[in-house]
Design a protein around this ligand. Structure first.
Ligand SMILES: Nc1nc2c(ncn2[C@@H]2O[C@H](COP(=O)(O)OP(=O)(O)O)[C@@H](O)[C@H]2O)c(=O)[nH]1
Ligand SMILES: [Mg+2]
Length: 214
């Protein structure tokens, strides 16, 4: 039997209610959860969302993942544009959502409200928190909030090329251990690290299925 469901690092990504190790402190998520009947999709694609502060490379990563298969539309009832695209991860068809930039799960701007609502949808299988390597410390505050909200999460540390230029060293394995979530490093603009991210997404989905069947 796979032991994936007994590891804290993987379990907190598990969206299955039957997974015994899912963290209990879902207060942030329950606080914000609201029915979005008008926007709930009836389709079976796995949905993942790219989230993070503005200018961290979410859209560059979105394009790298989805290529030309993208549509842009206003989020219902707002003037905020949301891009959606399709990709294939392994055998799995995946819908990727490029959320508007957000600084906090406690929204101030309309963009942040839209990003928060997109993250709190039940249809979301996984959130990729994109952060900038050279400002990692400042950006981890949102990571903690996303973890606290019980969201299934991968941390994607982008712009490693800039960090290397500034001689900033980042140890993704140590961060994984501390945060309890998968961490990948990348330079999305150069296409570096995209395959590794795809592998981690595929692992997450596979583990989730195993947890659901546990
Ligand atoms: N040096 C470097 N620049 C990047 C990288 N990824 C994105 N950028 C640049 O960062 C800026 C913001 O990217 P964008 O995808 O629009 O950020 P978003 O606001 O999070 O969607 C753009 O000028 C990108 O070209 C990267 O890996 N390295
Ligand atoms: Mg963008």
């Amino acid at each position: 039997m796979r032991t994936i469901c007994t590891k804290p690092m993987n379990c907190h990504q598990c969206s299955s209610n039957s997974c015994h190790s899912k963290p209990q402190n879902n207060w942030l998520k329950s606080l914000f959860a609201k029915p979005l009947a008008s926007t709930t999709k009836v389709e079976t694609n796995t949905e993942i969302a790219l989230v993070g502060m503005p200018n961290v490379g979410k859209s560059v990563l979105f394009n790298a993942l989805t290529g030309i298969y993208a549509t842009v539309s206003n989020y219902p009832g707002t003037t905020v544009e949301v891009s959606r695209g399709k990709t294939q991860i392994g055998e799995l068809p995946v819908e990727v959502v490029d959320t508007p930039g957000m600084y906090s799960l406690l929204p101030i701007t309309e963009e942040e409200k839209v990003a928060r609502d997109l993250l709190m949808r039940d249809s979301l299988a996984l959130a990729i928190h994109v952060v900038e390597a050279k400002n990692l410390g400042r950006m981890l505050t949102l990571t903690f909030q996303l973890i606290e909200a019980g969201l299934p999460l991968i941390l994607a540390i982008n712009m490693m090329d800039e960090a290397a230029r500034l001689k900033i060293k980042i140890d993704p394995l140590a961060l994984e251990e501390k945060l309890g979530i998968p961490v990948v490093t990348m330079s999305a603009a150069q296409g570096i690290g995209i395959d590794q991210l795809k592998r981690r997404i595929a692992n997450h989905v596979q583990e989730n299925k195993l947890c659901a069947a546990y």
